[in-house]
Design a protein around this ligand. Structure first.
Ligand SMILES: [Ca+2]
Length: 479
């Protein structure tokens, strides 16, 4: 009996072990199944990654002379700020931006670079008017002073970055860039084009407000300055400021006779304000014009010493928006020219809400700059659809005469979400360009656009806007 009991207990133990092993195998099999099923995709991704490493994708060959035909540019996101799903008509759209010609982009004068490198090269190229250029796309453009960051989700022309003008509720704003040049008595070590004197400059920046922008315009956008002392005393200022939702010019003189009389920065007591006017008709900071990149170009021309012939002008979206003539900006003072330009964000009373706007394509030049230069078959990008349901299509027209009714190109009903190339596939050239396959060289054009909902309801046409220049023939030869 004792022997049998031992055998029985051994059988029991053996059976228990077998059952245990069986259960363990099933359990571990299930676990194995689990662990295999979860990382299956990861394994596939790894395999794909490996494939890409070993056999890179063959890039399509772009035919020589067909650089503008890169219409394969990917569509921009349909909406960065949330769509507007409301009944009724679609909102009146805008052209957000145009894609710039790479070869016609402004190039900073080599004198600027040489000055900064403190090189002794002494025969500067004299056919370049650009004192400063920054597309904020990440190239190392070093400012004497700067605050605030860059946004890689917004850039004029798509791709790249822009400067952020950041507003927290109740704050005056954060973000600035200060450029010193010519005969500046301050920041000489960080200045460009030192040893030169500038009595006239142009400066341009693209400005974009987001959909939903509120509170009107921040008071300060930019200013050109003639500093006359190293303590930042100003002889002349050309302010580009805001009134309500519009822009205005506010020129200031710190001169009496032939002497600069200011002491220190913003020495208001010794300023002669030449008048904060006129206000632009275009309301750049209105809700209606939010959502697209607008070109703002300014000009300051000091008066001939002793004469009242100074000029201050402002162009918005390619049109002269406001101007001052016959200014006595500097009396007969001649010791310093214009030697700094600041981009600014200051909002006197603070922003009513948390928000941001953007600056891009910043140029300072000795000659008129104008809006961005595009290939003669430009790629044009609409603002994201805002309206009931989905977008069914949209239409674009291009004109060289924004005050008339005619157009030189009209699109077919476009089905792409936002981007179109102005060519014979997507529309028809007419009027002065009848039978052509491209826009004319070296010409300024404007665009207007409308969009249609799924239900077939059209928005209003936008006004003529988003001015752009086409490449000159000399640009086209830079292939
Ligand atoms: Ca940019």
């Amino acid at each position: 009996m004792k022997h049998n009991e031992i055998i029985k207990s051994r059988i029991f133990v053996f059976s228990a072990i077998v059952i245990f092993l069986f259960c363990y195998k099933v359990a571990s099999g299930q676990m194995e199944n689990k662990t295999i099923s979860a990382p299956k995709n990861l394994r596939l991704e790894a395999a794909d990654d490996q494939t890409q490493k070993t056999s890179p994708k063959v890039q399509p060959v772009v035919p020589v002379g067909a650089m503008e035909k890169r219409a394969t540019r990917s569509e921009p996101p349909t909406d960065s700020y949330g769509g507007l799903n409301t009944p009724g008509r679609p909102e009146e759209p805008r052209i957000d931006y145009v894609v710039m010609s790479e070869r016609a982009k402004p190039k900073m004068d080599t004198r600027s670079i040489w000055t900064r490198l403190k090189s002794k090269i002494s025969s500067p190229k004299s056919d370049n008017d650009i004192i400063w250029y920054d597309d904020f796309n990440g190239a190392a453009v070093k400012y004497a002073e700067s605050k605030g960051g860059l946004d890689d989700k917004e850039s004029f022309g798509g791709g790249g970055k822009s400067m952020i003008a950041l507003y927290k509720k109740g704050d005056h704003g954060e973000g600035d860039r200060k450029v010193f040049f010519g005969d500046t008595p301050t920041y000489q070590g960080d200045a460009v084009r030192t040893g030169e004197k500038f009595d006239e400059i142009y400066w341009r920046v693209y400005v974009k407000h987001p959909f939903g922008w509120t509170g009107g315009g921040p008071d300060k956008l930019s200013r050109a300055i003639s500093f006359h002392a190293s303590d930042w005393s100003q002889a002349i200022i050309a302010h580009v400021w805001t009134v309500g939702e519009a822009l205005t010019l506010d020129p200031v003189s710190g001169i009496s006779g032939s002497n600069a009389v200011t002491k220190g920065y913003n020495n208001f007591d010794n300023f002669k304000w030449l008048g904060n006017r006129p206000v632009s008709e275009f309301k750049i900071s209105s809700a209606k014009e939010a959502g697209w990149w607008v070109s703002v170009e300014s000009r300051a021309k000091l008066n001939t010493p002793g004469k009242k012939d100074g000029i201050n002008q402002l162009w918005i979206d390619g049109r002269l928006a406001t101007e001052r003539r016959n200014l006595d900006w500097r009396g007969s003072y001649t010791a310093h020219g214009i030697n700094a330009v600041f981009l600014e964000t200051w909002w006197n009373n603070g922003s009513p809400v948390n928000q941001r706007r953007w600056y891009d394509e910043f140029v300072i030049s000795t000659k008129p700059i104008g809006p961005a230069v595009c290939p003669r078959n430009p790629e044009v990008v609409k603002t994201p659809y805002r309206g009931p349901g989905e977008q069914a299509g949209w239409e674009l027209e291009i004109t060289d005469n924004p005050n008339g009714n005619g157009y030189v190109w009209k699109s077919v009903l476009l089905k792409s979400p936002r981007l179109v190339r102005v060519d014979t596939q997507n529309g028809e050239f007419s009027g002065a360009l009848n039978g052509q396959a491209q826009l004319a060289p070296g010409t300024m054009y404007f665009s207007r656009v409308r969009q249609q909902s799924q239900e077939g309801t059209w928005s209003d046409w936008s006004h003529w806007h988003q001015a752009f220049l086409t490449e000159k023939e000399m640009d086209e030869k830079k292939r």
